[in-house]
Every structure is written in C-alpha cells, then in structure tokens.
Design a protein around this ligand. Structure first.
Ligand SMILES: Nc1ncnc2c1ncn2[C@@H]1O[C@H](COP(=O)(O)OP(=O)(O)OP(=O)(O)O)[C@@H](O)[C@H]1O
Length: 252
C-alpha cells in the first residue's frame, strides 16, 4: 500500500524496447513536501521513467498512481495535478512570456487565469519580461519561465528534468532556492533529475539510484555515501555506475 502522503506511487514499473529493458521492475514513492532525486548514468532509464509518469510513454508493465489515481485507467484526472519542466522542452521562443503563460494556462484549464499569471510572474521575478519573447531571454530567465509555466495549474506532482542544466552557478542557486521554497510551502512532491551531485545533496530529501533500468539504491543523500563507504555522493554515483552488480541485491 502506498504511504498516506504519497503523491506519486510507482509499482513494478517496466518498459521494454525490443530486447532492451529500459526500465525494469522499478518501485518508489514521492510524498508531499518532498524532493526526490532520480539519479543514474546516461541510459539508466530516468527519462523513460519520467515519460511514463507524464503519460507520454505507455509502460510495458507495472502501475503509476498520482494522488491515488491510476494513470492507466483515469489518465486525465491523474495528469490534472501533474506538471513538468525540462531544458530540452523550451517554450515557444516567438511568443512573449505572457502569451506563453496564457496558452499553457488555457490548455490546463486554469481558473482565474489572468490573476494566476500575475502570481507566477511575481513569484519567479518575471514581471519585467512579460512582454519579451521567450527566445530572447537568457537560459536562467527561460528556466524561470518554464518553472512559472509548470506551476500555473498548482501541480501536486512536479517533474523536473535537469532544471539547472546550462545555468551559471548563481542562476542555478536562485532556481534551487525557488524550488525548495515551493516544496516547503505548497503540498506538492517533486521528482528531480540531475547529474550535479552537489546540487542533489543540497536540494533532495531522498535519492533513487537507477542503473540499467533497475533501482539499486535509495536513501538520504547526506548519509547514503557513508553507509556505503563512499567519501561523497559523487564517488558513490561513480561506483554505482561502474559496478552496478555490486549493488544489485534486492532492496529491503
Ligand atoms: N525509443 C527508444 N527505442 C529504443 N531504445 C530506447 C528508446 N528510448 C530509450 N531507449 C533506451 O532505453 C535506455 C534508457 O534510456 P533513457 O533515455 O531513459 O536514459 P536516461 O537515464 O534518461 O539517460 P540520460 O542521462 O542520457 O538522459 C537506453 O538504453 C536507451 O538507449
């Protein structure tokens, strides 16, 4: 049974491409007010997992529940409380910030959209860019617009695929603070992928290590390295990536 505060519950999730098991029997939860890091080397199955949770890809096996709603059976209801931001999915660059927020707000069916747009513009410090075309903004500014768009429908589950990739350290820190503030204030859960272990340690309450489609380790990023005799999260990551079989015992 999922924990009572689980926003996302994934059970025995699998995805095959021919003979490739991109995701293989993965189970985990994301709870309210929690930021969970989804880690793993290139090709581990992170994007495939996220795309299944977003309903973009159909799983070959397993179950995904968002706030208890089965995604396979009640797709629209499950996805109504979900949103997503990723650097590889930029907003249309020929539309202004305000036009983009309006288009997505209409797509999501946001009530009192004009007022909600003002709220997210203020929250992500975007007032002065409202009439600027998104394509003209810097990477950091575009990330803030992507987050503003992702918060428009007040999601309970927020999926962030490398939200700070391509940002300078100062812009990345601003984004991390903004996301931490959202997670502690709103009753939402966040699933976050990143290859930056410093960032993961600073932001995530819990991490999941995927390798070759399987979930090998799970725990607190601050204590997990010590528990496995590694000097840092980065050193642990490298070990899990290079020697996955050492960690392949079934998890308790
Ligand atoms: N459409 C597809 N057809 C065949 N194989 C695929 C397809 N999509 C992904 N794969 C394979 O599934 C595995 C997992 O890929 P996925 O993109 O989920 O990894 P990832 O952890 O997100 O990697 P990265 O960190 O590089 O983004 C890889 O071996 C990849 O080659």
């Amino acid at each position: 049974m999922p924990h009572a505060s689980a926003i996302l519950a994934v059970r025995d999730l699998g995805k095959r491409y021919g003979t490739t098991r991109a995701v293989d029997g993965v189970s985990f939860e994301v709870r309210r007010n929690e930021i969970v890091g989804l880690l793993g080397p290139n090709g581990a199955g992170k994007t495939t997992t996220i795309n299944m949770i977003l309903g973009v890809l159909a799983p070959s096996a397993g179950e995904i529940r968002i706030e208890g709603v089965d995604l396979a059976r009640e797709r629209e209801r499950a996805l109504a409380s979900t949103n997503f931001a990723a650097v590889y999915a930029p907003l249309p660059g020929n539309l202004t910030v305000q036009q983009n927020l309006r288009c997505f707000g209409l797509l999501y069916g946001v009530r009192d959209l004009a007022a909600r747009i003002e709220e997210v513009l203020a929250e992500f410090d975007l007032m002065r860019f409202r009439h600027t075309r998104c394509g003209l903004l810097s990477s950091g500014e575009q990330t803030r617009v992507a987050l503003a768009k992702a918060m428009l429908n007040r999601p309970r589950l927020l999926l962030l695929d490398e939200p700070t990739a391509s940002l300078d350290p100062s812009a990345a820190q601003h984004i991390r603070h903004a996301i931490r503030a959202i997670a502690s204030r709103d009753t939402l859960g966040i699933l976050w992928t990143s290859h930056n272990m410093y960032e993961v340690e600073a932001v995530c309450d819990r991490v999941l290590f995927l390798s070759q489609g399987r979930l090998l380790l799970e725990g607190d990023p601050k204590t997990l390295p010590r528990e496995h005799g590694a000097p840092s999260l980065e050193a642990l990551f490298i070990r899990v990536a290079r020697e996955p079989l050492t960690f392949a015992e079934p998890m308790a």
